[in-house]
Write a protein that binds this ligand. Structure first.
Ligand SMILES: C[S@@+](CC[C@H](N)C(=O)[O-])C[C@H]1O[C@@H](n2cnc3c(N)ncnc32)[C@H](O)[C@@H]1O
Ligand code: SF4
Length: 458
């Protein structure tokens, strides 16, 4: 079947995004620091055994008007030093309770713009982690960077500190669009940046593009995609601009009249997909793309692609996530715990107690089963109940009972050629991945009737 805007509209209902299950909107403030440490201790006997660490750096020298991340305009050097001290103290506090025979397989620095702070801080926190934990043989150490603040010498320094993965926010190559979103242009030509990253042996180099920003057209977005491909990154993401000015007031500063409407945005999504896949990139979900040689594409083929709050990852390298810094979310086997979102309240809490949990969620065994099934559908477009049962140490019958699955639920998707059942296993086709949220919803028994709190599924 050819994916058309009409087809996508047919399936475009409201539904959860399933970036986590249950969604972050279910987190409760009844979950406090008193619950967090017992959850960390419990995680030592749970899976995966490896440790993923997330460090959140909320600072940006200039705030882009479109941005939906938890960021704060640049603070004084003294404030940044204070923040780094807090992150160091938080790591010390939590690390005391983590089983040290478990190894760190992944560190992810996100933001904000982690490359906009003094690189000595990146080194200091990395050294702290190295002093407390053992590492696996090839840990992934990743950082989200804005090219507006990245120099050639800093790329070399990142490699010296130990980073081996970089994700760069491009958003758009056109300086006029960057001006319209109040974003600083890259400090050095991106071609030069890419070359230097490769010279330093960075892997999984990712570029973020966004569609739906002011002044962008279908044609200009296609040019962005072509230009990104010409730089030959390992991964490209095309984010749909989420316009929610009532949540992010800065977005009101952009002219809505200059933004593409929903129809044009669907065309952009499809055009990006077509160009990317015709040029040899593999679709990971519908808006992430990877070279066939990249770990994400390989994991997708092996059906062990995974997802956490930091994005797609492989089951091989991703552990339970212990997160540090304001607003960061720890993702343990049975628990989510989010830190205080307000920067100053976060620092006050850490200075007082070493911990800053603001809300969280303890999953029931049933929810752990549903999460696993939804993750498998969303990431790999594939369900084998026996395999999941083995992983969760339960029975396939239990999984079917808990998710309320019945094969007839898939009939409409099978009729549209989006799903096939082969040997009792469920396979979502490449086209079906465009409506994979709708398919995942079939396995979510706690989902009420379609609810306006959710965004559209496509
Ligand atoms: C933390 S930023 C990346 C690093 C760095 N701060 C930068 O801008 O280059 C994470 C990514 O989220 C995406 N993003 C931010 N706000 C968004 C929004 N409102 N809608 C869609 N994507 C968004 C952007 O593509 C951005 O690159
Ligand atoms: S897009 Fe990146 S640089 Fe811009 S405000 Fe958001 S986090 Fe900061």
């Amino acid at each position: 079947m050819k994916i058309t805007p009409e087809f996508l509209n047919k399936y475009n209902k409201t539904g959860p995004r399933y970036t986590s299950y249950p969604p972050a909107t279910s987190f409760s403030t009844k979950f406090t620091t008193a619950d967090f440490i017992p959850a960390v201790i419990k995680s030592n006997a749970q899976y995966p055994e490896s440790i993923s660490i997330y460090i959140h750096i909320p600072f940006c020298p200039q705030l882009c008007h479109f941005c939906g991340c938890n960021t704060t305009a640049f603070e004084s050097a003294a404030k940044i030093r204070r923040y780094i001290n807090c992150v160091l103290k938080e790591i010390d506090t939590v690390a005391q309770h983590i089983d040290k025979s478990r190894k760190v397989s992944q560190i992810h620095w996100g933001g904000g713009t982690p490359n906009s702070i003094n690189f000595d801080y990146l080194a200091e926190i990395t050294e702290k982690i190295k002093s407390l934990f053992q590492f696996t043989e090839n840990p992934e150490i990743a950082i989200e960077c804005s090219p507006a603040y990245l120099t050639m010498e800093e790329i070399d320094r990142l490699a010296v500190i130990g980073f081996n993965r970089v994700s760069m926010g491009i958003q758009d190559f056109n300086p006029e669009v960057l001006k319209a979103i109040n974003r600083r242009p890259p400090k050095f030509p991106i071609e030069q940046v890419m070359e230097r990253l490769r010279q330093n042996n960075f892997k999984g180099i990712n570029l973020d593009l966004v569609y739906g920003l002011p002044l962008q057209t279908l044609e200009s977005f296609k040019q962005n995609v072509e230009k990104a491909i010409s730089l030959s990154p390992d991964r490209i993401v095309t984010f749909s601009y989420a316009h929610v000015p009532w949540v992010n007031p800065n977005q009101k500063k952009m002219d809505e009249n200059h933004m593409a409407g929903p129809e044009e945005k669907l065309q952009m999504l499809l055009a990006g997909y077509e160009i990317m896949t015709s040029k040899g990139y593999e679709a990971i979900g519908m808006d992430h793309f990877a070279k066939p040689t990249d770990n994400l594409a390989i994991a997708k083929h092996n059906k062990n692609l995974h997802r956490n709050f930091q994005g797609y990852c492989t089951r091989e390298t991703t552990g339970q996530v212990y997160a540090f810094g304001t607003s960061s979310i720890s993702q343990l086997w049975g628990t989510y715990a989010q830190n205080i979102k307000n920067l100053h309240h976060y620092m006050d809490a850490i200075e007082a107690t070493g911990l800053a949990t603001e809300r969280g969620y303890s999953l029931t065994n049933e929810e752990i089963i549903i999460r696993e099934v939804i993750n498998q559908v969303m990431c790999n477009g594939y369900l084998n109940f026996e395999e999941i049962a083995q992983h969760l140490k339960c029975s396939a019958g239990e999984i079917i009972a808990v998710t309320g699955y019945h094969p007839s639920k898939l009939d409409p998707f099978i009729e549209d050629g989006l799903v096939e059942i082969i040997d009792n296993n469920i396979h979502v086709s490449a086209d079906g991945m465009f409506v994979v949220r709708n398919i995942a919803m079939l396995f979510d028994p706690f989902l009420g009737s379609t609810d306006s709190q959710f965004s559209k599924t496509v």
